[in-house]
Each structure stands twice: as C-alpha cells, then as structure tokens.
Design a protein around this ligand. Structure first.
Ligand SMILES: Cc1cc2nc3c(=O)[nH]c(=O)nc-3n(C[C@H](O)[C@H](O)[C@H](O)COP(=O)(O)OP(=O)(O)OC[C@H]3O[C@@H](n4cnc5c(N)ncnc54)[C@H](O)[C@@H]3O)c2cc1C
Length: 266
C-alpha cells in the first residue's frame, strides 16, 4: 500500500451508509483512480452500488477473478446465469472501473520488509456525517463464520442423513475446526445454508479442508479448491474430488472417520 487515507472521527465508528458513501465518493472524485475495488463483505456490498451510482459508472459485483488487459481494461470475472457460466466484464467507457471482490478469493499480500507507505489524514466535513443518527444498536448473536475457519470438515450426500453430520462435527471438534457442506445436503435441509461451500455458497480457504462423501462437482470445487491442504474421503475412487485432493482416502466414511477421531484424540 502506497497511500492510506484516514478519516479519524468518532461519528464514523459505527457503520452508516450515508456518511461512508459520501466521504468515499468525494475522495474518489478527487483522486480519480482508474480502478476502484471494494471487498464483497456486507458493508462493501451495501456501499459499492451507492458509490457507483453517484459516480455514474458501472459496477461488477461479487467478482471471483480479476486481470488487466494490454489496454488497461480491468477484466472482471464472475459467475452468471445461476452460476452456470463465467462472464468476464469490462468497463471501457467509464472511470473508475468498479468491482466488488469475493472474500478469500485472493491470497493475502506478502509483507515487503522495510517498505513504508504514506498516511494522509483527512478532515471530515460536518454536513456529511449529520444527516442520519443512530438510535440503538442491537447486537446479533455471534457465530463463527466458516470463511474464517482454519479447519473445515465438510459433508456431502455420502453422509447419508442429518444424523451422519454428528460424526463430522465430532471430527471437527477434535481438530478445533468447523463443519461445512455441499449444496445437495443444504437443499435436503440436513444443515443450514450458511455452511454451504461453493459457487452459490461460501468461498473458503482454510489450512485444512476434509471433504467427506462429496463427489467434487465444479460448483463445489469453486468454493474450496484454493484451500492449503485438501483431504478427500470417498467410496468411489473415480470421484472428481480426488483430482484436487492432496490426500485421498478411498472407502466408507463411517469406517474411516471414527479411526481418524481416535487417532486425533490420542
Ligand atoms: C447453478 C448451480 C450452483 C451450484 N452451487 C453449488 C454450491 O455452491 N456448492 C455445492 O456443493 N454444489 C453446488 N451445486 C450442485 C453441484 O452441481 C452438485 O450437485 C453437488 O455439489 C453434489 O453434492 P454432493 O457431492 O454432496 O453429492 P453427490 O454428487 O451425490 O456425491 C456424493 C458422494 O458421496 C460418495 N459416498 C456415498 N456414500 C459414501 C460413504 N459411505 N463414504 C464415502 N463416500 C460416500 C459418493 O461416491 C459420491 O461421490 C450447484 C449446482 C448448480 C447448477
């Protein structure tokens, strides 16, 4: 990072769309970047379309891939038509080129030893922050998001039924991880949607991803194939999941997982 623009103001401690959007829009108008990226987090997804509208430019939401062509166009790739095809979108006529980018899709930037950027402290204009006021904040019950988990034990149709997920939970607990799932079992109602990994679910990049009874459809792989280490347990040796797995175990998950749990607990 070469420059960080800092708006240090107590009124901005809690997120509100209006002031955040106004401040960022003014800054973008002033520094005129060619490309402006925002994380596709809940805050990012809320402010990005508002900023794009104020700047009268386009926005490609929820990108899963980015590149730049020889003319400086940002190539913004994202799933479309229900995830059946990938579209690459360019914004040739308007600037900035704006996109929100899915969480965990990029590798964390490497630290450059000895490098130091510039922090530019900016004044907050009063009229920007006083249009709305917060009356009360209700805290939601905090639950661990699977995108933050370092270890995920994920189950698919091969787990058989909702009861089968108890075994996966036992393994996840023994390893200090959490449980994920394929879309088929979410559609069956065996496990909530927030645990779904894949194109129409969450993109995860844990240190260890254990896929149990998951065939490895492209839509599932899209959400987990950049995990550091992938272990697949599947009774079918020709299952596509083995193509992306670092370690593959061919066999019945109900025989294999209890053995792993015993080993981990020892
Ligand atoms: C637009 C679109 C978006 C989608 N988005 C997603 C998404 O986000 N995430 C996602 O996961 N899918 C998604 N899908 C669905 C995807 O195409 C697959 O249908 C789904 O991933 C398959 O789930 P599965 O692997 O659990 O089931 P299956 O494909 O039925 O595989 C079950 C596997 O379990 C194995 N098995 C069975 N019994 C055992 C046992 N006892 N021990 C070990 N192995 C066993 C079998 O050999 C098989 O390989 C999407 C599809 C579409 C069209």
């Amino acid at each position: 990072v070469n420059k960080v623009y800092l708006y240090d103001c107590s009124s901005l401690t809690k997120f509100r769309d209006d002031p955040y959007v106004d401040i960022i829009t003014e800054l973008v108008k002033e520094i005129k970047p060619s490309i402006f990226l925002i994380g596709a987090t809940s805050i990012g997804r809320s402010i990005a379309p508002r900023i794009a509208t104020k700047l009268r430019t386009g926005l490609t939401a929820d990108c899963t891939g980015l590149d730049i062509d020889s003319e400086g166009n940002l190539l913004q790739t994202r799933p479309t038509f229900g995830g059946n095809i990938m579209a690459t979108i360019i914004t040739p006529n308007n600037r900035p080129q704006m996109a929100t980018v899915r969480y965990k899709i990029m590798n964390r930037a490497k630290k450059i030893p000895g490098f130091s950027g510039e922090i530019i402290v900016r004044k907050v204009e009063r009229e920007l922050i006083d249009r709305t006021s917060l009356r009360k904040i209700f805290m939601a019950k905090e639950e661990k998001n699977i995108t933050e988990a370092k270890i995920i034990v994920s189950g698919g149709k091969g787990v058989g039924n909702p009861e089968g997920f108890k075994l996966l939970k036992e393994l996840a607990d023994a390893l200090g991880g959490t449980v994920g799932a394929s879309r088929l079992v979410v559609d069956e109602g065996w496990i909530p949607y927030k645990r779904q990994v894949g194109l129409s679910g969450k993109t995860v990049k844990p240190k260890l991803y254990i896929a149990c009874g998951i065939s490895g459809a492209v839509q599932h792989l899209a959400g987990m194939q950049t995990s550091d280490v992938i272990v697949a347990i599947n009774s079918d040796s020709s299952a596509p999941i083995f193509k992306v797995a670092d370690y593959g175990i061919v066999g019945d998950l109900f025989e294999i997982i209890p053995e792993i749990i015993k080993f981990v607990k020892k």
